[in-house]
Ligand binder design. Structure first.
Ligand SMILES: Nc1nc2c(ncn2[C@@H]2O[C@H](COP(=O)(O)OP(=O)(O)OP(=O)(O)O)[C@@H](O)[C@H]2O)c(=O)[nH]1
Ligand SMILES: [Zn+2]
Length: 360
């Protein structure tokens, strides 16, 4: 028994550190480095981390493509810092907001020889923290600076991201009558790894032995709450609840994976790029993300926790069905959910159909 944080708890701390601009120390065998998310870094810490030569800026291959930087490491590029690099320069490498009005002048010199393991881990951590995937990496000879500065130290051997979805525990559930489904009950689930809580809205008392009418709904603050016309999320949420209310049984998982898993701040960055003419997929790529960064294993884990193994899934997204099946949830039927088509979201829905395989 120990009071010390577990590997998952250390990762949760590391995510919080990156979000408040505190560097984290990563270690892989003899390799040690300080890493910090560029978007949260203060000028003072940037200056300290770049005082000596040798720091690099790690970005994803997606972002590197836009910047025309060579991604020798496959999925990422390590840009050598120019001698006079400023925090503003690093932030414009990280953030595509001004790519068109104030294009960055390359050429960027990217590294290719040494292993990129720490850089890759740092980018994964920034994504988990819902920050732009651009990280300043400062190699260190050993752990002494990290220890004297009281920084979080992650050992990639013992503290790397787990390969399975976290375990979820139900915190509480209570009756919740809704206009669209009176016999509602809201369940709150909390993961054991310090990550996001997710919710399940259970309608009626579905028979666990039969396929339940189900929806896996990813959070969309703009669509679900504000009634944004840029997407179809709000009408889909309401139509799913209405269908379950009418049937008298169903389960709607409300997964806090805003912006297809990139977080609300990054989704708004994507919206701003969409105003510059990029579509929803191109905008994600310019920011350094994949088209869809969601972890669909969570939905399957929650269904199982609620006692469901078989669903009639309300979706237009074949990838969701494939992921559920892969996670051992039997999808006996796809129930289309075609609502909320507007003039404003026609191009968005057409892009999802053309590039992400959604069924229109
Ligand atoms: N990154 C990004 N996310 C977006 C954009 N528009 C909507 N979203 C997010 O996309 C997700 C849509 O989730 P869902 O409606 O559950 O999933 P879906 O893949 O569209 O599939 P179905 O609705 O089940 O057919 C939500 O997390 C929204 O916040 C966008 O332009 N960029
Ligand atoms: Zn939406």
């Amino acid at each position: 028994m120990t009071l010390a944080p577990s590997p998952a708890e250390r990762r949760a701390r590391a995510r919080a550190d990156l979000r408040i601009g505190v560097p984290v120390c990563l270690r892989d065998g003899d390799s040690v480095a300080l890493v910090a998310a560029v978007e949260c870094l203060s000028p003072d810490r940037f200056a300290m981390m770049t005082a000596e030569p040798g720091a690099t800026l790690a970005i994803t291959a997606r972002r590197a493509e836009t910047l025309k930087a060579r991604a020798y490491d496959g999925d990422l590029a390590r840009i050598a810092l120019p001698r006079d690099a400023s925090l503003a320069w690093a932030q414009s490498v990280a953030d595509p907001a001004d790519d068109l009005t104030d294009p960055l002048k390359g050429p960027f010199r990217t590294e290719r020889d040494s292993p990129a393991t720490l850089h890759r881990a740092a980018i994964a951590l920034a994504k988990e923290a819902r920050l732009l995937p651009a990280v300043l990496v400062r190699p260190l000879p050993d752990l002494s600076v990290a220890i004297t500065s009281n920084l979080t130290i992650l050992d990639l051997f013992s503290d790397s991201a787990p390969s399975s979805a976290p375990q979820y525990e139900e915190v509480v559930s209570a009756r919740l009558p809704m206009a669209l489904a009176r016999a509602g009950r809201l369940h709150i689930f909390r993961p054991g790894d310090g990550g996001e809580e997710h919710y399940a809205v259970e309608i009626g008392q579905p028979d666990r032995a039969k396929p339940v009418l189900a929806r896996l709904h990813s959070a969309c603050f703009t669509g679900d709450i504000l009634g944004s016309l840029k997407c179809d999320c709000g009408p889909q949420l309401h139509a799913a609840l209405a269908a379950m209310g009418e049937e008298g049984a169903g389960v709607l998982l409300y997964l806090n994976q805003e912006g297809r898993g990139i977080g609300l701040a990054n989704k708004m960055r994507a919206y701003s790029l969409q105003d510059q003419g990029f579509d929803t997929v191109e905008a994600n790529h310019r920011l350094g993300f994949e088209d869809d960064e969601r972890d669909f294993r969570i939905g399957a884990a929650l269904l199982r926790e609620l006692g469901f193994s078989s669903v009639r899934l309300m979706t237009n997204n074949p990838a969701k069905i494939a992921m559920m099946q892969a996670q051992g949830i039997d999808v006996t039927e796809r129930v289309p959910l075609k609502v909320g088509h507007t003039r404003e979201n026609a191009a968005y829905l057409a892009t999802k159909a053309a590039k992400s395989g959604h069924l229109l």
